[in-house]
Design a protein. Structure first.
Length: 516
């Protein structure tokens, strides 16, 4: 077999502690991770089978943890050759070239993917949690498949989880699984879940079809974790409003329901700061930037955006702000290039196809209005680039425009900061991104306020060098203190504390509370 790598801009970059540390953190029990996406897939390349390494995001971040612990990772087997390499239990050693844990695959047919993933997960839960109620589309088949697929994943959990293990569910694809698993696994098995997207206020969530069942499912966890206090508080409010017989302690962050207590807290997710900085300084990164600027005749000042082409990312709003900036500041025409590195996603869903069409139209509008023979205002591309090339794009961009309308955290903002090894970039960040709570030296904007957004771009490109460096120095300290190693450790140590009866996860040393 041969190896190839792919990256997914949905999740961003990640980092972990030294692998030998993780077994000590977890102690006597094992670790079972449950995610929709798998860390490795097998695909056909002619007659050969190729191993595809999903190099970006949570999968890459947890892979070394699993290698250290030697646990089991349960995920959807979506590679066209995945079935050819598994054993009779649908498992395969991972990583393929140096096995350290077991990858257990769940098979989903086309209808299940359409209804569970593209349907309920991404046409109900995703828009609800991103406060986009007008994008909610629900059919009975979506809900029925979502329930049945959650049960299928729990079947595999039941096969692999033992007493004292930690079962870690990832994200909104498995909102029902914890309550199902609670009835099937040993009572000493810790069930935990990280919710990677926002949790909305009750006035929004009450529009969620089957919302009460979603909350009941999540309360099967022993530990439920969000990115920031605002999402945790919203969830607790929703529990009180939806479940009259639940006991909610807002100060302690606990919910007691149906005889079971769930600890609810927040641990902000980070990125692999050191590795991103190292990539930004490589020869490959330098070569990419030299070739890129020569090929596209890039202006002296560069702004960058890196996004999945999703309606939550605020890309049309960003393009309108840039258009107004160039209109107000004609002296910057020909002197600022905006680079949009996009990744097409979920185009089977009408709302995603619509936003991708709007983005394309917006790029054409701006370029037609301001572009010249020697200068293209907006360079937009979707082609895959290496991690070194991406780090180079971050490093050499004078400002990053990160403008989600609603975002659970936004790792791209942190990646940009991590790559700023020259300490001279400016981060322009939406106040609707969870990362805004951590990155207080960013220039904050409201994406829909076009005039103020344009003003923020002007402030960023004219900011004195001393202020740029001071802001970026503080931002780099913040992302270093909150990297993904810290996030992973907080989650696992909190789960171990619950398992071993060592006290609340809100004890000193585990950050919680604070400003949302």
């Amino acid at each position: 077999m041969s190896n190839s790598k792919s990256a997914d801009a949905d999740d961003g970059e990640t980092e972990v502690e030294t692998p030998t540390d993780w077994g000590k953190v977890i102690g006597d029990g094992g670790l079972v991770v449950v995610s929709n996406r798998q860390p490795y897939s097998h695909t056909y390349d002619g007659d050969d089978i190729t191993v595809e390494v999903h190099a970006g995001g949570l999968t890459a971040g947890l892979d070394p943890v699993m290698q250290s612990v030697g646990g089991t990772w349960i995920a959807w087997g979506d590679g066209d050759a995945d079935r050819e390499v598994v054993d009779e239990d649908d498992c395969v050693p991972a990583p393929p070239d140096d096995p350290g844990y077991t990858l257990c695959r769940v098979w989903l047919d086309e209808e299940e993917v359409d209804d569970y993933y593209y349907g309920f997960s991404n046409q109900v839960l995703w828009p609800i949690c991103h406060s986009a109620l007008t994008n909610v589309t629900e059919w009975e088949s979506y809900w029925e498949r979502y329930k049945s697929v959650n049960e299928r994943f729990v079947d595999r959990v039941e096969e692999h989880a033992e007493s004292g293990d930690i079962v870690w569910f990832q994200d909104y694809h498995f909102a029902l699984a914890p309550a199902i698993a609670r009835e099937r696994v040993d009572e000493d098995t810790v069930l935990m879940q990280f919710w990677h997207i926002p949790w909305p206020a009750w006035d929004t969530f009450r529009g969620c079809p089957h919302g009460e069942a979603i909350i009941e499912g999540l309360l099967g966890n022993d530990l439920l974790v969000f990115h920031v206090p605002r999402y945790r508080d919203n969830f607790l409010d929703c529990v009180e409003a939806a479940l009259g017989d639940a006991t909610v302690d807002h100060e302690a962050g606990t919910v007691t329901y149906d005889g079971h207590t769930t600890q609810v807290t927040e641990f902000p997710m980070g990125v692999q700061v050191d590795e991103i900085a190292q990539r930004a300084a490589t020869d490959e990164a330098d070569e990419f930037w030299a070739d890129f600027t020569e090929s596209y005749n890039v202006a002296d000042t560069v702004a960058v955006g890196v996004d999945r082409l999703d309606y939550s990312k605020g890309i049309p709003e960003r393009l309108r702000a840039l258009e107004q900036f160039w209109e107000r500041n004609p002296e910057w025409q020909g002197k600022l290039t905006y680079v949009e590195k996009g990744s097409e996603t979920r185009s089977q869903i009408d709302a995603y196809q619509d936003i991708q069409d709007r983005i394309e139209a917006g790029v054409e509008r701006v370029n037609d209005r301001f572009g010249t023979d020697d200068w293209t205002p907006v360079l937009s591309f979707e082609e895959y680039i290496s991690k070194e090339a991406l780090a180079s794009l971050y490093r050499h961009s004078d400002l990053a425009l990160i403008s989600p309308i609603r975002d659970g955290m936004n790792l791209v903002a942190q990646e940009y900061v991590a790559a700023q090894i020259d300490d001279d970039g400016v981060l322009v960040l939406s106040d609707q991104a969870g990362a805004g709570r951590l990155l207080d030296a960013a220039v904050m904007v409201k994406p829909q306020n076009t005039g103020a957004f344009a003003d923020a771009i002007e402030a960023a490109v004219t900011m004195p060098e001393s202020e740029r460096r001071a802001r970026m120095h503080r931002l780099r300290e913040q992302v270093s203190e909150n990297d993904l190693a810290t996030w992973t450790g907080l989650n696992l140590r909190a789960a171990v504390a619950l398992r071993d009866g060592e006290g609340s996860v809100t004890e000193p040393g585990v950050p919680t509370g604070g400003q949302p």
